[in-house]
Design a protein around this ligand. Sequence first.
Ligand code: FSX
Ligand code: SF4
Ligand code: F3S
Length: 314
Amino acid sequence: MEKEQKEFYEKLESKGVSRRAFMKYCTFVTTTLGLSSSFVPKVAEVFAAPKKRPPVVWLHFGECTGCSEAMLRSTYPYPDDLVLEILSVEYHETIMAAAGQQAEDNLHAAVKKYKDKFVCVVEGAIATKDNGIYGRIGGRTFLEIAREVVPKAAAVIAIGNCATFGGIQAAKPNPGGYKGVSDAVGVQPVNLPGCPYNPINLVGTVVNYILMGKVPALDAYGRPLFAYGKTIHDQCPRRSHFELGEFVTEFGSEEAALGYCLYEMGCKGPETYNNCPVAKYNDGTNWPVEAGHPCIGCSEPGFWDNMTPFFEPL
Ligand code: FSX
Ligand code: SF4
Ligand code: F3S
């Protein structure tokens, strides 16, 4: 164990990441999970000396790959080790070297080898109309692949609004009959919606799984409460300006203060559950509302139909 930890810290240093910066990241993961600071060393241990790295089969269906991009563009500590330190990714179309038949063979081999042991991460929605002919990879429909692979997993994590609730593919009129994983295959995953989802919530879910031996507590839509337990609005830094009282003091007029809160521009924060104001994106750089754009409700079921028009007030 000690040897593993030593090697881990040496590797971090060789990549220019100090132990202090790493501990800061572990504190961030711990806070995201809603755990007390006494858990920080335990979280650090999950990365530094992983007891078990669950094998992962990562499937892509109908989507823009923004969710994988959100993970790969995370620069801290460095992408290959951020998520990949705690997961053993056996199959992932975007980052694997194999292509064509070799990639297909890799998928079959991984599913066979790790049956009932692997974590299946699903990215993208699944076409279900006319036996799923509107979405294919390697001559097989998304639906066939999902039905074959998903039920063999020990746990399923659906990332992004597409895999959880169908995303843009499922927007009306939805000619391909696109659905999220639970509706298409009948298996309830841990749902991590968002367009894209936030990679910190995948890290949090996996760390929770490794530390506690179980998936985190979920809401009625299968979303972990640690990340989706509160609305955007309840955590929003523009919130104080939403409420009467602080208007005039800070901005001089009600009009100016209303311009600061994005409600009138159509912000869906009051009806959207996610941790963007705290977790932020791109390693804590920013998130939509702070950057000046109203929340469009991307972590809610059917947001393309239910949250539009995006720029009209709720
Ligand atoms: Fe969907 Fe993710 Fe939006 Fe894109 O994979 S949630 S379209 S950011 O990439 O699935
Ligand atoms: Fe609420 Fe949106 Fe205004 Fe923030 S910007 S206070 S989330 S309505
Ligand atoms: Fe999505 Fe709203 Fe967050 S649009 S990224 S849930 S601020």
